[in-house]
Design a protein around this ligand. Structure first.
Ligand code: PLP
Length: 396
């Protein structure tokens, strides 16, 4: 095999060379007198990516799933009623975790391809005058379907109902890539992971916590140990951890935060929007293909889930892209297995890289019997990229 194995799954994402180099260092003493200062800077700067002024962000040596668990067990009581919606594999798994942990899950499901049904949430919150609902959950970017939900609208529904429930948001495939405003949107618990917009290997779970959620953690009675806020706060306050931290990942995180903040979050969000638009132009040009996401207002800028044409097995498209064209596309999860494949346009990515993904998908689709015109997706995407990509000479 020559050249690269191309990675276009929506996480893990490509790790930029400066980040990789920053992690290629000897082991270090996590109790060294100057380690605390280093960690303190990381904890301060990661809040800027979450757009959090108050509160704090915890960094756990886990994946995003660990941060899901930490959010629940630190702020709720067993048996608490919570409002959730399942519309893809990740929203489904979070609801399953909530049930396993003993919450009373009030489900507000909708078809895969739709976002969080905000109007239904608003109705249930208004009807809950005795405030039995203790928390409202939303998966901001459903990675399985390529659908982004409107978190600001959920905050509005809570406020209009005068409802005090905590707002939990899964931002695993949105934070660091597409617009996310933890403070402004009144999000109380925001979950992320290192292997998506943060452009790192998997291994760190991030959890943004508002002051309100920190307050709730003082009386919440659900059992927790490893993921306890209290233990973390006691050590994080001086820049240390209550266990051995993943020091190399933290060194990588330092550089990825520098890259994100130097570019600016708005500019990073705009780059993801451009990449997504090009990808969607390709999908529109592929005969018989369609996005899983139904409403353009909720199209995801980090991942496109794409239905293969009728009679074409999406699993075969993915295998062909992998074995013949050295290209990893994302698989169709759960009910989308065999029906859809995904192109991740998240993290350290540019237009020409995506042209490769689109080209590989197009060739694999044709190999698998799709009647896609050769070059049709690539032509549409490349014209879109040509029109939208900034020219570095113009300082954009
Ligand atoms: N939530 C979303 C939206 C995801 O995309 C993923 C993983 O892809 C997860 C949660 C689970 O995160 P992790 O695999 O980091 O535990």
């Amino acid at each position: 095999m020559h050249g690269y194995q191309h990675l276009f799954v929506p996480g893990p994402t490509n790790v930029p060379e400066p980040v990789r180099q920053a992690m290629n260092i000897p082991m270090e003493d996590m109790r060294a007198p100057d380690f605390g200062g280093f960690v303190d800077g990381v904890l301060t700067d990661i809040k800027k990516v979450f757009r959090l002024e108050n509160g704090r962000v915890f960094i756990f040596p886990s994946s995003g799933t660990g941060a899901w668990e930490s959010a629940i067990t630190n702020t709720l009581d067993t048996g608490d009623r919570v409002l959730m919606s399942r519309f893809g594999q990740f929203s489904l798994l979070w609801a399953e975790m909530a049930t396993r942990l003993g919450l009373d899950v009030d489900l507000c499901d909708t078809d895969w391809g739709n976002p969080v049904p905000v109007a239904d949430y608003a109705e249930r919150l208004k009807a809950d005058t005795s405030h039995q609902i203790k928390a409202v959950f939303a998966t901001h970017n459903e990675t399985a379907t390529g659908v982004t939900s409107d978190i600001a609208a959920i905050r509005k529904a809570l406020d209009e109902a005068g409802h005090p429930a905590l707002l939990f948001v899964d931002g695993v495939s949105s934070i660091g890539s597409i617009e996310f405003e933890m403070e402004k949107w009144g999000v109380d618990l925001a979950v992320a992971g290192s292997q998506k917009g943060f452009m790192l290997p998997a291994g760190l779970g991030f959890l943004g916590v508002s002051d309100k959620a920190l307050e709730a953690s003082k009386t919440a009675s659900m059992p927790r140990s490893y993921f306890s806020f209290e233990d973390m706060i006691a050590l994080n306050d001086t820049g240390y951890f209550p266990y051995t931290p993943a020091t190399q990942l933290l060194r990588g995180l330092r550089v990825s935060l520098d890259m994100l903040l130097e570019a600016g979050m708005e500019s990073t969000w705009a780059r993801h929007a451009r990449l997504a638009q090009g990808t969607r132009a390709a999908v529109a040009a592929w005969k018989g293909c369609d996005l899983v996401a139904r409403d353009p207002a909720s199209y995801s800028d980090t991942v496109s889930a794409i239905y293969a044409p009728e009679g074409v097995d999406a699993r075969e498209v993915i295998s062909t892209a992998y074995y013949k064209y050295q290209t990893s596309l994302g698989s169709g999860l759960n009910i989308l297995a065999g029906r859809a494949f995904r192109i991740g346009h998240i993290g350290s990515m540019n237009a020409v890289m995506l042209c490769g993904a689109i080209s590989a998908a197009e060739m694999a689709l044709r190999d698998c019997g799709a009647e896609v015109e050769p070059g049709s997706g690539l032509a549409a995407a490349s014209e879109q990229f040509r029109a939208s990509t900034p020219d570095a000479r113009q300082g954009q």
